[in-house]
Design a protein around this ligand. Structure first.
Ligand SMILES: [Fe+2]
Ligand SMILES: [Fe+2]
Length: 185
């Protein structure tokens, strides 16, 4: 009986140790993803104004302007999450977002301004939103697993804004741009 207890005890210890290791690895992953999205959001505060400048649909411009303001707030939310985990905000270049922004810039360079350009901007912007939705979905899940409730709430708030921005872009595309682009063929 005693022997069994002893073996249960050490098993438990091993499990605890593993759990501890897993959670510190998860925390590292969480921090890395946070640095990635911090870079991405800051890059977007510079990229979205270029999209606004190149867009022609009033509805698209309004939508992008609205999301630009949200994006600035999202930068500060990421900073608050860094604060919660007691780390200094640090941005690490996100190659995926850099690629998506580059793609958007190429589209804007190549298109003639008007409906077709708007359609290109929407397509590029939706790819950006989808990347953000994936990242914030993961981050929020990690925060939950790590027991970081307040961080989870902040990440959830941003996730909802990204989803709404994506939805808005879909609406603009369906309502105005695509119809006009097709009729000009
Ligand atoms: Fe964002
Ligand atoms: Fe966004």
């Amino acid at each position: 009986m005693e022997k069994q207890n002893k073996s249960n005890g050490s098993q438990e210890e091993t499990m605890q140790k593993q759990k501890g290791m897993q959670s510190s690895q998860l925390m590292q992953l969480f921090e890395d993803e946070l640095k990635d999205i911090y870079w991405a959001e800051k890059a977007l505060t510079k990229a979205i104004p270029k999209m606004i400048k190149n867009a022609t649909s009033a509805e698209l411009i309004k939508g992008l302007e609205f999301h630009l303001e949200e994006t600035k707030e999202q930068v500060s939310r990421v900073e608050q999450v860094f604060e919660i985990i007691k780390k200094k905000p640090e941005a690490v270049k996100c190659e995926a977002m850099a690629g998506l922004i580059k793609e958007a810039e190429e589209i804007m360079e190549e298109c003639e301004s008007g409906a077709m350009c708007d359609a290109g901007i929407i397509s590029a912007a939706q790819k950006v939103e989808h990347y953000e939705i994936a990242t914030y979905g993961t981050l929020r899940q990690f925060a939950e697993t790590l027991g970081l409730a307040k961080a989870g709430d902040l990440l959830e708030a941003t996730l909802q804004e990204e989803k709404a921005a994506d939805q808005k872009l879909t609406e603009v595309a369906t309502r105005a741009v695509n119809v006009e682009a097709a009729s000009k063929k």
